[in-house]
Design a protein around this ligand. Structure first.
Ligand code: C2E
Ligand code: MG
Ligand code: MG
Ligand code: MG
Length: 288
């Protein structure tokens, strides 16, 4: 009976695997098609500097509106694009489009914004990242100092030695580098000394339960203190409430990104904000 059950289980698993493989294949085919159409597009989420009271940057975030399935989140299709190698083409398109948009805003006369672009580990590992970045800047005319590339801790640690070389080259060009989702990796902090990074983005998992969660409060204070000592810039991700904002401000983390300020939005919406002076909507900070 046990043997019989085992066979049935095996049968069940292979059917399940087949089904998944098929779904994956379907998704891959439609992702390839999407890249050739308007289904893929970028939205931009403002980052505010409470010191100046203005938008200091935007993060470009990829969206896929599937004709039948609707909006597919990047957490679903980016890993697929990484596994299938499509990320190379996709990443190149993202970088070029984001740089072109930033250059366009500058040409329209708006004050310079930092354009933040997420890089996948696969892109870092491929040999042509520098060439791709150079090309995007050259073609769009965006200055290197207006571009910030975001990488996660775990990606940096994967092949630390090789990455230091690539990042140093990016730095030499004046491009800014940020560590995304900071605090969620499991690496030793000593890597911060070795990588030429400019900024850390405090992961939103540490922000969401502020200010009540004592552990998160302690972690965030520690990250802020460490960034200050290491002369790294900071931005807090996923700020959703006024209480979170107040906590961060009190502890002198003045750059923030999150739904409390603005959700990711189409370029045209960012433009409206820029046209109105890009001021931070938060006025009364300490009182109700
Ligand atoms: P990420 O780079 O950490 O981006 C921040 C994510 O947090 C975004 O999710 C954003 O919409 C979301 N977010 C922003 N503010 C809030 C908030 O206040 N509350 C909550 N709950 N969420 C907030 P999104 O757009 O779904 O992207 C998820 C991840 O997908 C990104 O995380 C990034 O790792 C990846 N991704 C997105 N676009 C690209 C891309 O062009 N290239 C690559 N390689 N990865 C991308
Ligand atoms: Mg990011
Ligand atoms: Mg993040
Ligand atoms: Mg993330």
């Amino acid at each position: 009976a046990a043997k019989q059950g085992g066979r049935n289980m095996h049968h069940f698993f292979s059917e399940e695997m087949n089904r998944r493989a098929r779904k994956r294949h379907e998704l891959e085919v439609s992702l390839r098609q999407a890249m050739a159409t308007e289904e893929l597009f970028l939205v931009y989420q403002p980052q505010y500097d409470l010191g100046s009271g203005r938008m200091s940057g935007v993060e470009a975030l990829l969206r896929w509106r599937h004709p039948a399935k609707g909006l597919i989140p990047p957490s679903l299709f980016i890993p697929l694009a990484e596994d299938t190698g499509l990320i190379q083409t996709l990443g190149r398109w993202v970088l070029r489009s984001a740089c072109a948009q930033a250059a366009l805003w500058q040409q329209a006369g708006y004050p310079a914004l930092r354009m933040c672009v997420n890089l996948s580990g696969v892109q870092l590992r491929q040999g042509d990242l520098l060439e791709m970045v150079d090309q995007a800047l050259e073609e769009t005319g965006l200055r290197p100092k207006d571009l910030e590339l975001e990488l996660t801790e775990s990606v940096l640690m994967e092949s630390a030695e090789a990455n230091i070389g690539t990042l140093t080259e990016l730095k030499r060009r004046g491009i800014h580098l940020a560590i995304d989702d900071f605090g969620t990796g499991y690496s030793s902090l000593s890597y911060l000394k070795h990588f030429p990074v400019d900024r850390i983005k405090i992961d939103r998992s540490f922000i969401s339960d502020l200010p009540d969660n004592q552990d998160d409060a302690a972690i965030v204070e520690t990250i802020i203190g460490m960034a200050r000592s290491l002369k790294l810039k900071l931005v807090a991700e996923g700020v959703e409430t006024k209480e979170q904002l107040e906590f961060l401000r009190l502890h002198n983390c003045l750059e923030m990104q999150g739904f409390y300020f603005a959700a990711p939005m189409p370029a045209a919406e960012i433009e409206k904000l820029l046209a109105r002076g890009a001021r931070c909507a938060v006025r009364t900070l300490s009182t109700g």
